[in-house]
Design a protein around this ligand. Structure first.
Ligand SMILES: [Fe+2]
Ligand SMILES: [Fe+2]
Length: 476
């Protein structure tokens, strides 16, 4: 695999220099991207020198390089995993045929829609997180936030490359529109609901990177199976970066829990009011944040019965999570899958054709993966000797999409009436008071190297083997 030519305006391993038309299209888009970054990227932080990793190749042994960089000078590049020789389509109706290096006419609009929908989430999260730098609990965390932000920017580049390279004029228009929509904007919002929610505080940020970036992992993993080879190769490389985003979320929530448990033990209390009075986040509030982020995120997988999901699979556009590791016929024609249905106000199992259930299959895989981290959080609480366990809510809880949107259930999955829901949902979902309390702990930024806000424990290790008191951000 060729290295990256850093003398080019746009670092890449796709031989951009040989395709003048494409290069010009991207060079035309680049200033618009930068002006979007200035407007919507991390607030007040454009002049900081940040200790960031930059992707410089796709070599698994050394794909990134760490150094100080001002974010607007970050080298957002285009990197695809190397093409596998003679790769074949491995699921759906074209199974066994060679993968596509171009977009087949009949799949053009569906592939464009898939790429635009994925692409739209990337700048959306940067917009959602743009104020968080002002209240960072440490320099270490501030740097991690910025790392996530610049890499989401690079993921946008990855999708825009595909639009420009393979979709002609419509692709260029979509690429512009990706810079025009705004998270939460009434007139021109981002495409998916979870990406129009606010990420107003650091507990939300950690929950978002744990739960919602993990949705990204599952979406990218299923696109990494695609018969459209450039999409498969670019999403594979995006997954390399995505792992750090989920680490930020999982370890962030771990450290919040760790600190809360320490305070609970030193005060010998489990009274959430006393815990709050000590300036840390009570476990009950953490649970309500989990309930919110989990339920909003699982909606991202779409309707539980979907003819589009069937079509995307059979056409070979989007596979299942770890398609290659599954031992079935990869056609799924006669197979069925059990989903939840609502009959007479009750939840019942229902068998439906597997192909129509593929959104649900991906959601269930996601749920398994999410629960694993929540169990790791519980070990911290258990180790501290505290009698409290966090859980993810039932998958029918607080749903807005698909069959389950038609019913109200409590976090344990008990069906309840609408009026019961109205009376009790504040016990389950983060309330405005919860959010106000959490925000009250985060009124300013902790700026000295090695210092951490009271509500969070330091991490066990620094970034790139640097010490915890390393100067991760130079404010200048
Ligand atoms: Fe991303
Ligand atoms: Fe991410």
């Amino acid at each position: 695999m060729a290295g990256i030519n850093y003398s080019e305006k746009i670092p890449n391993n796709v031989n951009l220099a040989e395709d003048r038309t494409l290069q010009r299209a991207l060079e035309h888009w680049q200033p618009n991207y930068l002006s979007w970054w200035q407007d919507m990227g991390p607030e007040g932080a454009q002049g900081y020198d940040v200790y960031l990793r930059t992707a410089i190749s796709v070599d698994p042994k050394g794909w990134a390089h760490f150094d100080y960089v001002k974010m607007p000078d970050y080298r957002w590049g285009i990197f695809l995993n190397p093409a596998e020789q003679d790769r074949q389509i491995h699921f759906g109706e074209n199974k066994g045929k060679p993968v596509w290096n171009d977009v087949p006419g009949e799949h053009r609009s569906n592939l464009r829609r898939i790429i635009v929908t994925q692409g739209d989430t990337e700048p959306a999260s940067v917009e959602q997180q743009r104020h968080l730098g002002l209240t960072a609990p440490s320099m270490y965390d501030l740097r991690n936030l910025f790392q996530v932000n610049v890499e989401e920017g690079r993921h946008l580049w990855a999708m825009v490359y595909l639009l420009h390279r393979y979709f002609g004029r419509d692709g260029r228009e979509e690429a512009e529109a990706l810079l025009e929509r705004r998270s939460g904007d009434e007139d021109n919002p981002r495409i998916l609901t979870a990406f129009n929610e606010k990420t107003p505080d650091w507990l939300s940020f950690f929950m978002f990177t744990y739960f919602t970036d993990r949705d990204g992992k599952f979406q990218l993993a299923s696109l990494a199976e695609s018969s459209f080879d450039p999409l498969a190769r670019t999403t594979k490389f995006m997954l390399t970066e995505e792992a750090h985003h989920m680490f930020v979320g999982e370890s962030g929530v771990s450290r919040v829990i760790q600190r809360t448990c320490e305070v609970m033990n030193s005060l010998r209390t489990d009274d959430p009011e006393k815990v709050r009075a000590a300036g840390v986040i009570d476990l009950q509030t953490i649970q309500r944040y989990i309930n919110f982020h989990f339920s909003v995120t699982i909606d991202l997988f779409g309707a539980d019965q979907s003819s589009n999901a069937a079509l995307f699979y059979s056409a070979g556009l989007k596979g299942r999570f770890e398609e290659g590791k599954r031992e079935d016929d990869h056609l799924l024609k006669g197979d069925s899958y059990t989903i939840l249905d609502v009959v007479d106000g009750k939840l019942v199992d229902k068998e439906i054709p597997m192909l129509n259930a593929l959104n649900e299959v991906l959601r269930d895989d996601y749920i398994k993966d999410s629960v694993a981290g929540v169990n790791r959080w519980n070990r911290i609480i258990e180790k501290a000797g505290i009698d409290f366990r966090l859980t993810v809510p039932h998958k029918a809880f607080n749903r807005k999409i698909g069959t389950l949107a038609g019913i109200k259930v409590d976090p344990s999955g008990q069906v309840i009436s609408e009026s019961d829901w109205n009376a009790r949902s504040h016990q389950w979902l983060a309330t405005p008071e919860d959010r106000e309390f959490v925000a009250s702990l985060m009124t300013h930024r902790v700026v000295e190297p090695g210092k951490f806000a009271n509500w969070i424990s330091p991490p066990p290790l620094g970034i790139n083997r640097q010490p915890l008191d390393f100067e991760y951000v130079r404010f200048n």
